[in-house]
Design a binder for this molecule. Structure first.
Ligand code: 5GP
Length: 206
């Protein structure tokens, strides 16, 4: 299969609290795209209002570890005491159909995908400044102070990893950030290495 016949894998990542989830949701609410979101699996208990099979697939630690052994994840990471992972089968299926598949994952997982999927696009979502990140973690109100502190320290260690990504998008304002991501996805499609095969066919270039 040629590179451009397969769908595009888009990895949105960045430290916890930058608003990845909110930006991703805003992106999916925008018109004019046909993106598919890859629902992750986790051992974290559901937060209020979260729905199994929509926000995450919520499973036990035993179930998750069985799936690790059976190599059912593209990537997985342990994040503040819980497992999170991207199920392989659904993503592969959608990519084979030529769909654009979006992962929204933390940094360690994104770096695992980077090693495996050379043709994926990696977007680092950054906070406008450290205070904004801290405020967002506090405001979410779903974690105890110790967890918030752990997430903040982890974020500090992750800031320098942005250089491993293809793009950096600052989440200064959610719709702006989502707009920029959509523009990136569109530009990626027009990249010569992705479009040359179709182009050559279209104009019968030998
Ligand atoms: P939360 O508990 O706030 O929903 O998620 C914690 C972190 O895990 C967030 O940074 C989120 O993006 C990340 N995450 C969600 N799903 C996955 C996944 O499948 N793999 C990895 N590596 N991280 C994930």
């Amino acid at each position: 299969m040629k590179l451009n016949e397969r769908g595009l894998l888009v990895v949105l990542s960045g430290p916890s609290g930058v608003g990845k989830g909110t930006v991703r949701k805003a992106l999916f609410e925008m018109e004019g795209h046909d993106l598919v979101y890859s629902i992750s699996m986790t051992t974290r208990p559901p937060r209020e209002g979260e729905v199994d099979g929509e926000d995450y697939y919520f499973v036990s630690k035993e179930e998750f570890e069985r799936r690790i052994r059976e190599e059912m994840f593209i990537e997985y990471a342990e994040f503040v005491g819980h497992y999170y992972g991207t199920p392989k089968d659904k993503v592969d299926e959608q990519l084979k159909l030529g769909k654009e598949v979006v992962l929204e994952i933390e940094v360690q997982g994104a770096l695992q995908v980077r090693k495996k999927a050379k043709d994926a696009v990696f977007v680092f979502i950054a906070p406008p400044n450290k205070e904004a990140l801290y405020r967002r973690l506090l405001r979410r109100g779903t974690e105890d102070p110790e967890t918030i502190q752990k997430r903040m320290e982890k974020a500090e260690r992750e800031f320098p990893l942005a250089h491993k990504y293809d793009y950096i998008v600052v989440n200064d304002e959610v719709t702006n950030a989502a707009d920029r991501i959509l523009a990136i996805i569109r530009a990626e499609h027009a990249k010569t290495e992705r479009s040359i095969y179709k182009y050559n066919q279209m104009l019968e270039v030998k």
